[in-house]
Design a protein around this ligand. Structure first.
Ligand code: ADP
Ligand code: MG
Length: 300
């Protein structure tokens, strides 16, 4: 069995005021995988990540990081983790190289090594010409990359990114994905949260779908995608059927049916079947992007 990078056992969080942001969350992230926590806004993703940065205190449950108990030995557990929070949390008047070097100091990395690493990671992330700029002078996407460099400076084996694409231009998003893959290939476990299906699909080995504080499903991208191997069709029809249509056809209105076209199925069989019930099919179109639809069907 693969070693476990992060084990989350029945973690719950109720904020002051009563919002139950996490309800008995169990997750097991394997060493070396890219795991995506996918869910809409308000699902509880950042709450879970912020618990790992100790910004938020969980209400109950236990967490092990690389086998180390998070509550029992927090400083050791944290050496394994590099976390990029969703909200920017650095001093905007500080120089970006200093922000990264200073972080290394918290982990006991000697200053000369920290400086080399800061220059290395900032340069890799396209900020090599901004080392002496202040954080205030960076765009949103650059700030996100600064936070990634800062999270890597103590060379953790698990990198956690809360919405890495937030505020990043579409063109830069691909570069960000390539960088994440490169970091992964160097042997790190990657955990990211996202509400972009495409991001989860492009990057992740496994995905956990979370909504309203509950993990609904965990599986490989391939497994989840195989569920998506169907297209939802809208069929415009005319006439009155002489008997009740089979269950697979949902009657939306007098002129409209909906059904799923399973991968490999012949569209002709569908139109013929409907025809045999006395209806004329006058139009066919796809309802929505199928990925969007299955995701939405899970979170509603
Ligand atoms: P996500 O990151 O998936 O968008 P969050 O973890 O930020 O979700 O939020 C989950 C729920 O917890 C939401 O209902 C949100 O309003 C609530 N919440 C988040 N942070 C706080 C807080 N500091 N105090 C009270 N409620 C909060
Ligand atoms: Mg969030």
């Amino acid at each position: 069995m693969k070693e476990i990078a992060l084990q989350i056992n029945t973690v719950s969080k109720t904020y002051k005021g009563g919002v139950e942001a996490l309800k008995d969350v169990n997750l097991e992230i394997k060493k070396g995988e890219i795991f995506g926590l996918l869910g809409p806004n308000g699902a509880g993703k950042s709450t879970l990540i912020n618990i790992l940065t100790t910004l938020t205190v969980k209400t109950s449950g236990t967490i092990q990081v690389a086998g180390v108990d998070f509550d029992g030995n927090q400083s050791e557990a944290k050496t394994h983790l590099g976390v990029v929070p969703q909200e920017f949390n650095f001093g905007i008047f500080e120089k970006i190289q200093d922000i990264v070097v200073q972080q290394a100091g918290y982990y006991g990395v000697p200053r000369d090594i920290a400086t080399d690493r800061a220059v290395h990671y900032l340069t890799k992330l396209g900020l090599g010409d901004k080392l002496q700029a202040t954080a205030m002078q960076l765009s949103g996407g650059m700030k996100r990359r600064l936070m990634i460099a800062r999270a890597l400076v103590h060379e953790p084996d698990i990198l956690i990114l809360d919405e890495p694409s937030a505020g990043v231009d579409v063109e830069l998003r691909r570069e960000m994905w390539e960088f994440i893959q490169e970091i992964h290939q160097q042997g790190r476990t990657i955990i990211l949260t996202t509400h972009y299906l495409e991001e989860a699909e492009q990057l992740c080995d496994r995905i956990g779908i979370i909504n309203k504080g509950t993990v609904l499903q965990v599986g490989t991208v391939t497994d989840l995608l195989s569920e998506l191997q169907r297209d939802r069709l809208i069929l415009d029809v005319e006439g009155t059927p002489h008997k009740t249509l089979p269950e697979r056809y949902q009657r939306i209105s007098a002129e409209r049916l909906e059904t799923d076209l399973i991968k490999g199925e012949d569209l002709w069989d569908i139109t013929t079947e409907i025809h045999n019930y006395g209806l004329k099919v006058t139009g066919i179109r796809n309802k929505t992007n199928r990925l969007e639809e299955v995701f939405l069907s899970k979170v509603q």
